[in-house]
Design a protein around this ligand. Structure first.
Ligand code: AHR
Length: 500
């Protein structure tokens, strides 16, 4: 098959915010304990954090990291996680039916973030708690000194404020599974009150209000409209969450980016509708603060923990192993985010270590890169400057859910300051390679290009503890100069980056 891609360098979508390459660590399963933190591991530092994991997170190139949940945050008492460790209580985590030891809390996590070079993005509990506790946490975290809470932080060994800039007003409050789940009206009112309170402390805080947990929620659309009607003037972002899984129809799964495109465009339209109704000149952006592939059905049917006497510490939960096909879909989700860089100005890959994660660890053993590690690391490293529109002319295929879908999806990026550019492409065909003729529109210095492709003849191939380097990126040697520009062959079910 053949396709043609034309980059329009005069038609920028928008600047690429570094926060697009954020991630998420929740107190869930082995993300923290036996994940980033394992005192006694051969690579652990005196603070108990694994050096090998720090190196992989750094290599991944993660900007802001959302913490400490997720569903976990809706039952979390932040005071438990600060102060002398020996005094910290053990608590039930009702979201994941586990025991939280609070051995790692705000101070330890902040110390870890400094080592990986990422920014802290905090979520507050609007499930079982409210305005006062959110304000207390803000005062503890961000005030220099002079009040009981700020002095407590100093006495806890942290003289400098954490200066957290970005705050999430709860988590997935539209979901019946969420502790303290509310109607859009009820949540909108609490979120507005909380936002006003936080901003009376610091008007410059960046606030994220909860949108829908997925575009398939029965309240999707109306939830956003109602919540933003209450909070429009008080917040900067509305969140989107989306997880995709192969439910046995790979063609459908490979088209998941179509759903993400539609999700983003629907939320943008809804936010702009509220703006129009209010006659506001302010723009609300999207924080896509949970996105990934997640085999949720397996969690529901197999992994879910139950029993009133069964509350394990750091159980193995949501430890999905990702295939090449998963990573291709994952790469297409990154393309979707970049195609909407004008309005998606923050995003968090959910999650980072062990829990639906690009990085896996074994207690006392190695840490390794899952297949999804590669598209993220490359895109984070090379997608700089502005996202550019591309025109792709290619064949389509029929899907059960999305109808007719283009076989190739793509986006380009260009950093005008350095002249560095990149093109990202996926081939969704399960059987056919596609030769793409590239017209780069004079992008950068296009005399020397480097193409890397993620592909395997077996799309179910994965990196595992037994075989941690089975899948990786390969130079795409088909890339060649032609009379018309460049051409590259995309293998069936593949993700490709071309660096210009
Ligand atoms: O990332 C796993 C879970 O997915 C989060 O805790 C929750 O917010 C979402 O449902």
């Amino acid at each position: 098959l053949h396709a043609r891609l034309t980059v329009d360098t005069r038609s920028a979508i928008g600047p690429i915010n570094r926060r697009l390459f954020g991630s998420f660590i929740e107190h869930l399963g082995r993300a923290v304990y036996d994940g980033i933190y394992e005192p006694g591991h051969p690579t652990a530092g005196p603070d108990g954090f694994r050096r090998d994991v720090i190196e992989l997170v750094t290599e991944l190139g993660v900007s802001a990291i959302r913490y400490p949940g997720g569903n976990f945050v809706s039952g979390f008492r932040w005071e438990d996680s600060v102060g002398p460790r020996e005094l910290r209580p053990r608590r039930l985590d009702l979201a994941w039916h586990s025991t939280e030891t609070n051995e790692v809390g705000l101070a330890e996590f902040d110390g870890w973030l400094k080592q990986v070079g990422s920014e802290l993005m905090l979520a507050v509990n609007l499930g079982t708690r409210g305005v006062q506790e959110a304000l207390d946490l803000l005062e503890y975290a961000n005030l220099g000194g002079g009040t009981a809470l700020a002095e407590k932080r100093i006495a806890d060994g942290h003289p400098e404020p954490y200066d957290v800039r970005m705050w999430c007003l709860g988590n997935e409050m539209d979901g019946p599974w969420q502790l303290g789940h509310r109607s859009a009206d009820d949540y909108g009112k609490v979120a507005a009150q909380t936002a006003r309170a936080l901003r009376s402390f610091d008007p410059g805080l960046e606030l994220v209000v909860c949108g829908s947990s997925s575009a398939s929620m029965p309240t999707f659309g109306e939830w956003e409209r109602t919540v933003l009607s209450h909070t429009y003037d008080e917040v900067d972002y509305i969140s989107c969450h989306a997880y995709y899984e192969d439910r046995g129809d790979r063609g459908d799964f490979l088209a998941s980016g179509v759903d993400m495109d539609h999700f983003i465009e629907s939320v943008v339209a809804t936010a702009d509708h509220v703006r129009a109704v209010r006659g506001s000149s302010k723009r609300i952006d999207i924080s896509f603060d949970e996105w990934n592939i997640w085999y949720n059905e397996r969690f529901e049917k197999v992994d879910k923990i139950q029993g009133v006497d069964n509350w394990p510490i750091a159980p193995r939960l949501l430890e999905d192993s990702y295939t090449v096909a998963d990573a291709v879909v994952f790469g297409s989700l990154l393309i979707s985010l970049l195609k909407h860089a004008d309005r998606v100005t923050s995003a968090s890959l959910a999650q980072l270590v062990n829990v639906i994660a690009p990085i896996m660890t074994e207690p006392g053993g190695p840490a390794w890169r899952q297949t999804t590690f590669f598209p993220f690391a490359e895109t984070s490293a090379h997608a700089r400057g502005e996202a550019l529109r591309v025109a792709v002319s290619c064949d389509t295929y029929e899907t059960a859910t999305y109808g007719s879908v283009p076989l190739v999806d793509a986006v380009a990026t260009l950093d005008a300051a350095t002249g560095a550019g990149a093109v990202y492409l996926v081939n969704r065909s399960e059987t056919e390679e596609i030769e793409v003729q590239l017209d780069l529109g004079g992008m950068g210095d296009d005399s020397s290009l480097v193409a890397l492709t993620l592909h395997s003849d077996d799309p179910t191939a994965a990196n595992t503890l037994a075989d941690p380097e089975r899948v990786g990126l390969e130079p795409n040697t088909s890339l060649r100069h032609t009379a018309d520009g460049w051409s590259v062959v995309l293998p069936a079910v593949s993700w490709t980056q071309i660096v210009v």
